[in-house]
Design a protein. Structure first.
Length: 607
């Protein structure tokens, strides 16, 4: 098994039983690793209609064949589970150093099942694997606990940890690592909390076998060289993801006041260069990264430090809640990180609550006395704590905007910005049909990283509703998430314009198996269809209605900003879905046909 740790580690938290199984060769052949392994184990091992917070749900942590090797950005790890936020498939990617240690400990996937009777952490040092008491850490913040475990076990241990948000059942709790990297979306931290698993600490010292050492060295170095010579390196390293903040504001894609507009009149104070000058003190990267996009910042006003904020957090906890000072956004980021809740969903929930307050749907009595107006920093910071503790209005918001709007009602469902129950990440899509379709059809809910198409919209005409746009989305959905399968970062391809063909010889040298991108895209389509079938299996009546976006994007043109008056017509939303389903080989309700499943080799798994 060249390129693999060679084992699947199964940990039953109910019984404390821990076993190792060899990684199946046919699993590596058909699903390769990472997100592919997660999707396979989720579909085949979690019984239909399992409670996401019950013992039958599993949390699957997987590396890929590139993880931990000398390839740019080879530090990506996938967390898959049944989502407590959406009730469907959740898969969240984590950068940092964890996945390398996992591989060095000889592990490709950890499958966590059951529920521990008391708080524990999982200790892994090569073959030594133990569940250890974590009662003393329960209730403490992510940063404190990571520091404490590293002090106790040694700096070479890599730690993933949940905060009070995950312990208390916030539906969008995240898993933190390396003091500021998160597996953020879909409530993977909520599932970890329900299992009473506070943390995972891993150290490995084994080497990873590769098929052809010389070819691996040469092809890996060719990728590093391409990164080093890229014109995109310097700006990317200087600003990281905040490189897009000003662009999004200028083109009307920056979420503003609960996505009611795409341009923020005070947006300039959130732009990348302002942040770099005012708060950034150093750069920070994941394992093996030649282009570190992480920014470590100091908030003088608060006397605090944080990794971030990156673009998504600026969009969701800045302009989306009307906050314009980068120090305040960074402080909100820090609170979310330490409490262990996703900044994107948190910003979406608070933005929605602010709109409710300004419309009189929520009153001071409902908010516990908070003047929940857009731009109120103090109220935002307080509400973050209330969400993590599930206190007062925070308890309602902790369920996500879909369920919160069902509780509050009074028309607030119309401006709950989500798809499939997941809060939309930080691109306003009033008039950007490719990005809108990307959100509508993303396999986890309204998340951008499956197919980031906002720049493509601008290139080809943002209101165009044509088959080429749909084909582009499907291509990206099959191709981009393959980086999460391989265990590598996609951003060298996206931001440094690295030729994706350079990855083909690396993968062949590591695994000994030649796979073209066409082969890899077929695996991507297999995973995409398998996870679609997971949604269909888990949610009664699942189909086309679940792929619709928030009405805000087809009923309410912005009244301010550069997209003022612009909207996607509902009939075009439906046309996008018609074309998408046809090109995917799905029926008119969005269900994969038997022929499609057979062509992708999924019949035996589904049946
Ligand atoms: Fe990590 Fe950013 Fe480098 Fe990707 S580009 S590996 S996310 S530091």
């Amino acid at each position: 098994m060249n390129g693999y740790g060679g084992n699947i580690l199964r940990v039953n938290l109910t019984t404390g039983k821990i076993t190792r199984e060899p990684t199946p060769v046919d699993l590596a052949r058909d699903f390769i690793g990472g997100r592919g392994f997660g999707a396979y184990f989720l579909y085949t091992e979690v019984p239909a209609h399992a409670d996401p917070l019950g013992p039958e749900n599993k949390l699957i942590i997987s590396s890929g064949p590139i993880s931990g090797l000398l390839v740019p950005g080879a530090g990506k790890c996938d967390f898959t589970t049944k989502s407590p936020l959406t009730g469907g498939y959740a898969s969240s990617s984590l950068g940092g150093m964890l996945t390398a240690e996992l591989k060095y400990a000889g592990v490709d996937s950890i499958i966590l099942e059951g529920i521990s009777p008391h708080p524990v952490y999982l200790f892994i040092e090569n073959e030594k694997v133990e569940l250890r008491d974590a009662s003393a850490y329960w209730g403490q913040g992510c940063i404190t606990v990571e520091k404490a475990l590293k002090t106790q076990l040694g700096e070479e241990f890599q730690v993933a940890v949940i905060g009070p948000g995950g312990e208390n059942g916030v539906s969008y709790a995240c898993i933190n690592h390396d003091y500021g990297r998160e597996a953020g979306r879909g409530g993977v931290g909520t599932v970890m909390g329900a299992k009473k698993l506070k943390a995972i600490a891993i150290r490995g010292t084994h080497s990873i076998p590769v098929a052809d050492l010389d070819a691996y060295r040469q092809s890996g170095m060719a990728l590093f060289k391409a990164c080093k010579e890229s014109d995109g390196l310097k700006p990317w390293q200087t600003y990281g993801t905040t490189i897009v903040t000003s662009w999004c504001d200028e083109v009307g894609a920056l979420p503003t006041r609960n996505f009611s507009a795409g341009s923020f009149e005070k947006g300039a104070s959130l732009y990348g260069p302002v942040m770099r000058e005012q708060i950034v003190i150093t750069d920070k990267g994941c394992f093996g990264c030649p282009s570190p996009c992480g920014k470590y910042s100091r908030m003088k006003r608060y006397g605090t430090y944080v990794e971030g904020p990156e673009y998504e957090t600026i969009g969701m906890l800045g302009s989306n809640v009307g906050i314009s000072d980068i120090q305040d956004v960074a402080q909100a980021n820090l609170l979310c990180d330490d409490l262990g809740i996703d900044t994107i969903s948190t910003g979406g929930a608070i933005g929605w609550a602010m709109e409710c307050f300004e419309k009189g749907i929520l009153t001071l009595e409902d908010t516990g006395g908070l003047e929940l107006r857009f731009g109120n920093v103090d109220a935002t910071l307080k509400l973050i704590g209330m969400i993590a503790r599930r206190e007062g209005l925070g308890a309602i918001l902790s369920q996500g905007v879909k369920k919160a709007s069902q509780v509050i009602g009074k028309g607030s469902e119309k401006f709950a910005i989500h798809v499939k129950g997941m809060e939309q990440s930080a691109y306003a899509t009033h008039n950007a049909t490719a990005m809108l379709l990307a959100y509508m059809t993303s396999d986890v809910g309204a998340h951008h990283n499956r197919s980031w198409a906002i720049t493509y919209d601008l290139q080809v005409g943002r209101d165009q509703v044509v088959p080429e746009k749909v084909a582009r989305i499907i291509w990206l959905q099959n191709f981009r998430p393959m980086f999460d399968v391989l265990g590598a970062c996609r951003l060298q391809w996206v931001e440094l314009s690295i030729d994706r063909e350079l990855y083909v010889p690396v993968l062949a040298a590591i695994t000994g198996i030649h796979r073209s991108w066409q082969d890899l895209e077929k695996v991507g389509a297999r995973i995409w269809n398998l996870t679609r079938m997971f949604w269909i299996r888990e949610i009664e009546g699942f189909g086309r209605a679940w792929d619709l976006p928030s009405p805000r994007f087809y009923e309410e043109p912005p009244v301010t900003g550069v997209t003022k008056g612009q909207i996607t017509r509902f009939e075009d939303v439906q046309r996008l879905l018609d074309m998408y389903y046809e090109q995917r080989g799905w029926d008119a309700n969005g269900i994969p046909t038997p022929e499609t499943l057979a062509n992708l080799g999924l019949k035996s798994i589904i049946d």
